[in-house]
Design a protein around this ligand. Structure first.
Ligand SMILES: [Zn+2]
Ligand SMILES: [Zn+2]
Length: 541
């Protein structure tokens, strides 16, 4: 490898080349020359700009690989100088550099959106989000948007031959509801191209699914020169991981298109002939999965040990953003809404203090159930239990362990639902029997519901580092039980009931603030720990 700043030098003056988004050309800022990225190649022996045509589907190319010492994230680029900022974990540090032979991706969609376009799209999306931390919106922060090509697997399908689907007609004749089921057959000649799934474990499937689709009409043969001034992630997820899902998607979209055919307009619905569509019923032929690079603008916001990502589709400008809530900003908003509610309550709630305390138990139960349900959601997300790409990298024992943990944490969700069901039944009994909410029986039922919920909170503890979060679910449940014990004790003075109500509402407020914290956990992610094997893991298999 030659020295210098870049592997890609201008043939006319030796200046560094960069891929220019508006012109889609390799541009030399020094002498203003432009080169076509499709034909410009580095020849190791004859020097820059000499054409060599030794590419094939399994060919490799030389590229600089920068590795982040904090998270293990890898950035590939043709530039040999890079700023010390890691877009995966948001830390500034000296990235270690190494030349490596990487498997050539087969295709690439070049960036269309410039950084300015990207900032505009992001600002439009976040304009109304008043609780978003100011730091995520200021100009300096937006300057750190990084252009990264993400590896995807692209699956292409041809449908050519006979097809079999089922059409149904439903109508009423006299007193009868009639459903006619018809076997529909015919000839199909159609394609489904560009079904894509992300092939990198550094990118959560959830983010990649939120910024697709990409318009594959603009797809080009990959040339390393597209990386001049840009980064790429190295893929590490095999193409088979998403094969079934991609097949399913392609077949379902074909069945849907068939259903829209003029010939079938008399049918109420057209669906696959089996439970799931089968390749042989639709004459489907698969092409081998292609490795492709899709452009994304990446913004990383780091707070403590968590990161939030905002990602903009580098071709279409579609935005997805993790938007945590600034608790300070939220509290101001909460106080501003609470004041009018307080006055409304004073107007309408001229009820006796004992009943007021009993009534407060209902919102308390609901808030506590919502709290437990969101803990379950955070758990799943933190442990990437819904990311097929990441799960595919786990060993069998790891996968089994994770499954067991998940089942235990799901008990939180189930018990929260059980508590809510008991509450609704109690409410129903009270309404239909004119039993009062402050009666001894309703107090007993509430206490049982709170205990049922509390008991299963324990299971959430065992495997998780967010113990405080789980512990907090006890707090409100304990307050509910205490308030009910107070009702059962039936003290003479009103002051006890007022005191109990204030006490219960204080704990509702506390839990609501914890909920915001949880929401922030949900809208941010743990710092990535990317354990890359390196080498040829992105090879098409
Ligand atoms: Zn030049
Ligand atoms: Zn990092």
């Amino acid at each position: 490898m030659r020295g210098g700043v870049t592997m890609y030098e201008c043939v006319n003056c030796g200046g560094a080349l960069r891929f220019d988004i508006p012109s889609q050309q390799l541009h030399c800022d020094h002498c203003e020359s432009d080169f076509d990225p499709q034909t410009y190649r580095v020849n190791e022996t004859a020097g820059p700009g000499s054409y060599t045509m030794e590419t094939g589907p399994a060919a490799t190319y030389s590229v600089c690989v920068y590795t982040c010492p904090n998270c293990g994230g890898e950035l590939l680029t043709t530039d040999e100088s890079i700023t010390g900022f890691c877009p995966y974990c948001g830390s500034f540090s000296v990235l270690t550099k190494k030349m490596r032979e990487e498997t050539r991706p087969q295709k690439i969609i070049p960036f269309r959106m410039t950084k300015e376009d990207c900032k505009k799209a992001y600002k439009k999306k976040t304009a109304g989000m008043i609780y978003t931390p100011r730091k995520m919106k200021d100009e300096d922060a937006l300057e750190t948007f990084r252009p990264i090509y993400m590896p995807f697997w692209m699956y292409d399908y041809n449908f050519d031959g006979d097809y079999k689907v089922v059409g149904t007609k439903e109508y009423t004749q006299g007193h009868y509801e009639i459903t006619e089921i018809h076997q529909l057959t015919g000839q199909v000649n159609s394609t489904c191209h560009g079904v894509s799934f992300d092939g990198s474990s550094s990118l959560d499937d959830e983010i990649s699914q939120a910024v697709i689709p990409y318009d594959t009409e603009e797809i080009k043969d990959f040339q390393p020169s597209y990386l001049c001034g840009f980064y790429a992630d190295s893929g590490d997820v095999a193409s088979q991981v998403y094969q079934k899902e991609a097949d399913q998607f392609a077949m379902e979209s074909l069945v849907e298109r068939l259903g829209q055919e003029e010939a079938y307009k008399d049918f109420d619905s057209v669906r696959a002939s089996g439970k799931k569509p089968k390749a042989e019923d639709l004459s489907m032929k698969k092409e081998p999965a292609k490795s492709v690079l899709f452009p994304m603008w990446f913004l990383t916001y780091r707070k403590g040990s968590r990161v939030a990502y905002s990602v903009v589709n580098g071709q279409t400008g579609k935005v997805t953003a993790d938007l945590p809530v600034d608790i300070g900003r939220f509290l101001i908003g909460a106080v501003l809404t609470a004041v009018p509610i307080y006055f409304l309550l004073n107007l309408f709630l001229a009820v006796i203090p004992r009943y007021l305390l009993a009534l407060s138990g209902l919102p308390a139960m609901v808030v506590s159930a919502i709290y437990m349900i969101s803990i379950t959601t955070i758990y799943k997300r933190d442990f990437k239990l819904e990311d097929a790409g990441i799960k595919s990298l786990w060993t069998k024992t790891r996968a089994e362990e994770e499954k067991k943990k998940q089942e235990e944490v799901e008990k939180l969700f189930n018990s929260a639902m059980a508590g809510l069901v008991i509450l609704v039944i109690l409410w129903g009994i009270c309404i239909f029997t004119e039993m009062r909410l402050d009666s001894a029986l309703s107090s007993l039922i509430m206490i049982i519901a709170a205990i049922v919920m509390g008991v299963s909170v324990r299971s959430g503890h065992r495997h998780w580092n967010q113990k405080r979060l789980v512990n907090d679910s006890y707090v409100l449940l304990a307050a509910i039980i205490l308030s009910r014990l107070l009702l059962l004790a039936n003290p003479h003075y009103d002051i006890y009931y007022y005191g109990g109500t204030v006490f219960l509402f204080a704990f509702i407020l506390y839990t609501l603030i914890q909920l915001i914290r949880e929401y922030n956990l949900m809208t941010t992610r743990p710092l990535p720990q990317l354990d890359r094997q390196g080498g040829d893991t992105s090879a098409p298999v």
